[in-house]
Write a protein that binds this ligand. Structure first.
Ligand code: URA
Length: 290
């Protein structure tokens, strides 16, 4: 195939997908996760928090059957805001597909695009820098928050302020480390005064979020707060109704809980958030603290 014809096919495909996206489709079903051969050793092995422990080869993990069985659907809403024109696909990575190097390379490409993004004029003109995301590119778990705050805007990393400190404590209580997760937000720029992201801003940033999800290909996504959950899944259901259930988003199982900032303001809700964390650990096949 010539370069020109493959570019034309690429463009036609992207236009078709954009049409579907504008019609309200948030994702297309993907091929099922490749399953590892079930050997006696594989069945008795305990799932680990990290997809590929240091020194191991890239492996695909089966999804826990409970996660799939319990998946439900939130009530959808119709998108009313305009979506930006999607950018060109990333250039092909020089590394073996799915390897750590490949994921790092593609995340870096995406990061560079995000750094130059000016889709939201107000945010682009008030931010100190974009806050892309951080963590293990091979993580089983992707955490999604709302948007960078003042500390994140200053440091260029998500969840480094007070909410991040609480998130760290929750991770420790779950027996997890920052390296077990990848973390990003619905928005990659700080909204002035930490206001809630506008629907157009979330739509503008969606390509970057979808790109990160596609590269990391997590088994589980944890949405921290209503903004993350509602934007990811295109629903207006409250966080109180979304928590305690699991949803399917592409190949990932999604669980939702309260945002750490909300927990800082409403410590009584920590009990429910802890129940949500225990559900997450159980579905991920990890030890659940008593
Ligand atoms: N709150 C968020 O939702 N994300 C951050 O990165 C920091 C605070």
């Amino acid at each position: 195939m010539t370069d020109n014809s493959s570019l034309a096919i690429n463009r036609a495909l992207r236009q078709e997908l954009e049409g579907w996206r504008r019609a309200g489709l948030s994702h297309l079903p993907m091929a099922p996760r490749k399953r590892t051969a079930v050997t006696p050793a594989a069945t008795s092995a305990k799932p680990t928090a990290t997809r590929n422990p240091p020194g191991s080869k890239t492996v695909s993990r089966p999804m826990p059957p409970t996660a799939v069985r319990n998946a439900s659907r939130p009530a959808p809403v119709t998108l009313t805001h305009a979506l930006p024109v999607a950018s060109e696909p990333l250039p092909p990575s020089p590394h073996p597909a799915g390897s750590r190097e490949d994921r790092e390379w593609r995340l870096n490409q995406l990061r560079q695009r995000v750094a130059g993004c000016t889709r939201c004029q107000e945010l682009a003109s008030t931010r100190t820098q974009t806050v892309f995301g951080v963590g293990n590119p091979e993580a089983r778990f992707l955490f999604i928050g709302e948007a960078p705050g003042a500390d994140e805007d200053a440091q260029g990393e998500p969840f480094v302020g007070a909410a991040g400190q609480l998130l760290n404590k929750i991770l420790v209580a779950c027996g997890l480390q920052r390296d077990d997760i990848y973390i990003c937000n619905i928005l990659r720029c700080r909204p002035p005064g930490n206001r809630k992201p506008l629907p157009e801003e979330a739509a503008n940033c969606r390509e970057w979020l979808d790109g990160q999800i596609a590269i990391i290909d997590p088994e589980f996504i944890v949405c921290w707060g209503a903004t993350a959950a509602q934007n990811l899944m295109g629903t207006e259901e409250s966080i109180g109704r979304l928590r305690g259930r699991s949803f399917q988003h592409g190949r990932a199982t999604v669980l939702c809980t309260y945002h750490p900032s909300y927990l800082l303001r409403n410590p009584a809700a920590k009990k429910e958030a802890w129940e949500d964390m225990k559900l997450f650990l159980k579905q991920a096949g990890l030890p659940v603290p008593a």
